[in-house]
Write a protein that binds this ligand. Structure first.
Ligand SMILES: [Zn+2]
Length: 214
């Protein structure tokens, strides 16, 4: 049901504000509707606290607006590219969270230094080449740097977190910010050590197949 997705977007928007991952009207999020081959996205330039389900915009995978009176997020091309390329992705969250953005500004990837990040993202959070916000070029660069992982940094801009559910994408957005904070602070007390590729793979496999009540 599309209305449920719109409600989920409103709820998650408020959680992003609460966590301090977005400020004012920046950032955006969307959820894919499997059966109808559409996705629902937040509107452009509206304060999160004032969003209602009817402000959300429904689009098809060609970028046509099917429902909604508002202008969709300016980062719609970015969401579109990711949904088209990654069938496993059901939700996308784009934030401008502070510590992750600090890494994006320095154009330094966040390596898998902590196990929760390794489990959720599946490796380092790499940097997509710089392009202007809202551009097709940014969408292409982001997709390329994202690969099969669940998060990517946009140079001089912010973070993209994706997942099989909106809750998981939210969790990933939070963990990327936490990992960026740890990574930056770790430099103050020493030299951060990165978890080995092999162990990252093991952690990711365990998370996907066995973690929690599975
Ligand atoms: Zn942005």
């Amino acid at each position: 049901m599309i209305i449920k997705l719109k409600q989920q977007l409103v709820k998650t928007s408020l959680r992003l504000v609460e966590k301090g991952l977005v400020v004012a009207t920046w950032g955006n999020l969307s959820i894919r509707e499997e059966k109808k081959q559409v996705f629902v996205i937040t509107p452009s330039g509206m304060p999160y606290e004032k969003l209602n389900p009817e402000d959300m915009v429904t689009l098809d995978f060609k970028g046509n607006v099917l429902e909604g009176e508002r202008k969709p997020s300016t980062e719609t091309p970015l969401h579109l590219e990711i949904y088209k390329a990654r069938e496993d992705v059901k939700a996308i969250i784009h934030t401008h969270s502070i510590f992750a953005s600090a890494c994006a500004v320095s154009r330094v990837a966040i390596p898998p230094v902590i196990e929760d990040l390794a489990s959720l993202v599946g490796g380092s959070v790499d940097i997509a080449d710089y392009a202007l916000p809202g551009s097709e070029e940014l969408a292409k660069n982001a997709l390329k740097a994202l690969g099969e992982k669940n998060a990517v940094l946009l140079a001089n801009h912010g973070v993209i977190a994706v997942g099989p559910t909106v809750d998981e994408a939210f969790k990933t957005a939070c963990l990327v910010e936490k990992a960026a904070c740890i990574f930056i602070n770790a430099h103050l007390v020493g030299v951060p050590k990165v978890i080995s590729k092999e162990d990252v793979k093991t952690l990711r496999n365990y998370y996907v197949n066995k973690y929690g009540q599975k």
